[in-house]
Design a protein. Structure first.
Length: 435
């Protein structure tokens, strides 16, 4: 590892770099980066720069990181504080599935994969009225690339994958893809988010292929309003398949309802009534800003206002709060005696960034560590590298995804407020991110 008391700096030779990689491989944990500085100490420790941030949340603290989390040269040069970690901790971290950990200590085990940018609806909060320019087919991930990337992530601790779009059920090979996901060891949940238009005839085959959780988007229980918000017909079809799904073998069925002031806040109680006899969770989602959806803060109905509206019909509602899971996005209640639950996703009024465990892959192969962030790294380009051995390509892929996770912002994609997100010019439309 060391030659006498020699210190290795950024100009380290190729020979020395090779030696370092071989040494770490002998420890069964390969290292793929060079932006580090080593000191010859008995503990064989590595110093890694950690960017100082005065806005650290008290609940999201920096941690000691494993050495195989890559950092860039720029990040190291700009670092204002140093942390140390022992090589002996690498194996422990690997066993604890904490490889996909960011600089704030958040471990990621949930991957959302967008299968397509295409959709058979035109929801106003998701797509601009004029539509979007679809990326060329050759820029989209192939089925083989999707499965390859998924296997890599599962090998790094991902236990839950959600397939999104666009509309994922548009893909002709959706059932075959799900069947392949079902063959991946250590993958515990295969989930789909869909608008429900094509679900009825595919529900059985998807369940047989291994899908165990489905979220269905429905923003209104009034058919003319459905046609207004989606710019298409199909309300009865969606409502029918929801009622069919809740009596299927699925573990969970959830309805995603984006609440927009002046459009559907008057239907909250009607949605709650729907949970009386159905094994269903209705999740009310605060209206969020994305490129082209004309978001403004006055359109947001904060979750606590929604709770107050429901309490007027069911006073005991707020006293029946459900226990949060380890990485909650939804604050969940139920009406006593009702079969289903009601959740609130408060991304705008009370975000849950401090416990975020999610990563996203766009249909064109970019890894987004945050829904609101504009920073993306292309996994597709790494997979399609020419004149690179399969081993090096795989190492580059691992380094890229770990680097993306490590650079994840503390909250809101690095913006200070929802208003700043709305003003950003370099984020995508929601349909091109993946719901």
């Amino acid at each position: 590892m060391f030659v006498g008391n020699m210190k290795l700096h950024f100009g380290v030779t190729a020979l020395t770099r090779t030696w370092f990689v071989r040494r770490v491989q002998n420890s069964r944990e390969p290292c793929f980066h060079v932006g580090f500085r080593l000191k010859s100490t008995n503990a064989a420790r590595i110093q890694i720069g950690l960017e100082k941030n005065s806005n650290y949340s008290s609940t999201v603290a920096p941690i000691k990181v494993p050495i195989d989390l890559p950092i860039t040269r720029d990040a190291s040069k700009e670092s204002q504080s140093q942390i140390e970690t022992d090589f002996s901790k690498i194996e422990l971290l690997r066993k604890e599935k904490s490889i996909l950990v960011d600089r704030f200590g958040r471990m990621h085990n949930y991957l959302r994969i967008s299968l397509t940018e295409k959709c058979n609806l035109r929801c106003r909060y998701c797509m601009p009225e004029e539509g979007i320019s679809l990326a060329p087919k050759q820029e989209m991930l192939t089925s083989e690339e999707i499965l390859h990337i998924a296997k890599v992530f599962v090998g790094q601790g991902i236990t839950k994958i959600r397939l999104t779009g666009g509309e994922p059920l548009i893909r002709k090979d959706i059932v075959e893809l799900c069947r392949e996901f079902g063959r991946m060891e250590k993958l515990e949940d295969i989930c789909i988010t869909t608008n429900g238009i094509l679900l009825e005839r595919k529900l059985g085959p998807l369940i047989d292929a291994g899908v165990n959780r489905i979220n269905i988007s429905l923003d209104t229980l009034v058919e003319p309003k459905f046609e207004f918000i989606t710019r298409r017909s199909g309300f009865q079809r969606v409502k029918r398949v929801i009622e069919k799904a809740v009596v299927s073998d699925l573990d969970t069925v959830k309805v995603n309802c984006v609440v927009k002031r002046g459009f559907n806040e008057d239907e909250l109680v009607d949605f709650v009534d729907w949970t009386k006899d159905l094994r269903l969770e209705v999740r009310f989602i605060e209206y969020m800003p994305f490129d082209g959806n004309k978001w403004n803060p006055e359109s947001v109905v904060p979750y606590y206002e929604m709770v107050d509206i429901i309490k007027q019909a069911y006073p005991e509602f707020s006293r029946n709060r459900q226990r949060d899971g380890p990485n909650p996005t939804s604050k969940t209640w139920s009406v006593p005696g009702f079969t289903g639950n009601v959740g609130f996703i408060s991304s705008m009024s009370k975000h849950f960034c401090g416990s975020c465990n999610r990563l996203r892959i766009t249909a064109d192969g970019n890894l987004k560590a945050c829904l609101f962030g504009s920073r993306e790294l292309s996994l597709r380009d790494v997979l399609r590298q020419e004149d690179v051995s399969p081993t090096n390509r795989e190492m580059n892929l691992l380094a890229t995804l770990r680097n993306a996770v490590w650079q994840k912002d503390r909250s809101l994609g690095g913006y200070n407020s929802p208003e700043d997100i709305a003003k950003a010019e370099n984020n995508r439309e929601m349909i091109r991110i993946g719901g």
